[in-house]
Design a binder for this molecule. Structure first.
Ligand code: ATR
Length: 278
């Protein structure tokens, strides 16, 4: 039986084993998917050991995505540009490829939630850390106009050097109603880590009222602070990042299993249940 794993720290609550088991069932594949807790110092050796012993593929999560990009022998162009890897694919003879499916995972989840094929929207990404920067390319590739707003403006300016069509919005502007209604409908994406601490962001309620979707890349047992805020402000539609987690996993699955892309809708209820029970 093929063995897969996810490297992270912490990793005890990872939903990836459940997600990949459910995907495998869709195709009648038998696999073993484990969680690998490792330290920064031990990460490279843990990866090498896993693949030496015949591992079929691995996911990489916080805090190893950047280190993983420096470890592989082949980087996909999108992973090279993101400087991050969430999927490791063995190529044989000790060679290892690294890819990132995070950005495409978000795009596919936005399309799923909004029931559309393309993304003809303005996507206002709040935050400019690793989570935010990893999704810019895929959003732009899907046709979205990406605007970024971050507490520390310098981080957005730095990203504008890498992504020429990236627009910046001063963080203070979020505390006031949007200046003009843009021609294009807007999606609001929270890519800050503020949800982890239950902190509300200084966003005026009009931003939530005008948006077609308020999306939090984070998820949890309870609705995140951002989604509570969006809901209270009168947002038409809200969604957390659990769908993105499953979409990026589906894309990893396809990379390991001859392009077979699992159905996300089919596993979402079970994963939501498991999240609630943990
Ligand atoms: P991640 O990998 O999750 O993106 P990160 O790289 O540490 O984590 O980035 C965290 C992001 O959340 C940053 O954009 C951070 O803003 P700053 O760059 O100004 O620090 C943002 N963030 C975290 N807590 C926040 C808060 N309370 N209000 C606004 N932004 C916050």
């Amino acid at each position: 039986m093929m063995t897969f794993t996810v490297f992270g720290n912490p990793i005890a609550h990872s939903l990836s084993p459940l997600i990949h088991q459910r995907f495998a069932e869709q195709f009648g594949i038998e696999l073993d998917y484990t969680r690998s807790l490792t330290s920064k110092a031990g990460f490279a050796e843990a990866v090498a050991k896993f693949f030496r012993s015949g591992g079929g593929g691995a996911n990489v999560t916080v805090p190893f995505k950047t280190v993983a990009a420096g470890l592989v022998t082949h980087l996909t162009p999108r992973a090279a540009r993101a400087g991050a890897v969430n999927t490791l694919i063995p190529l044989g003879h000790g060679q290892l490829a690294g890819d990132t499916t995070d950005g495409e995972g978000l795009v596919r989840d936005l399309q799923r939630v909004l029931k559309c094929q393309e993304l003809p929207y303005e996507v206002l990404v709040i935050g400019a850390g690793g989570a935010a920067s990893s999704v810019i390319e895929a959003l732009q590739g899907a046709g979205a106009q990406v605007v970024m707003s971050n507490r520390s403006a310098a981080k957005v300016s730095a990203l504008q050097n890498d992504f020429c069509d990236l627009q910046a919005l001063p963080f203070g502007d979020l505390a006031r109603p949007p200046r003009q209604t843009s021609q294009v409908q807007r999606i609001l994406v929270n890519a800050t880590s503020a949800s982890l601490t239950g902190t509300e962001l200084p966003i005026h309620s009009a931003w939530f009222q005008e948006t077609v979707l308020a999306y939090d890349m984070m998820y949890g047992k309870q609705p995140t602070a951002f989604l509570e805020q969006a809901h209270a402000a009168g947002a038409k539609k809200v969604a957390d990042g659990l769908g993105m987690l499953i979409e990026q996993a589906a894309l990893s699955f396809a990379l390991w299993h001859d392009g077979q892309l699992p159905s996300v809708e089919q596993v979402l209820p079970a994963v939501r249940n498991a999240l609630g029970a943990r």
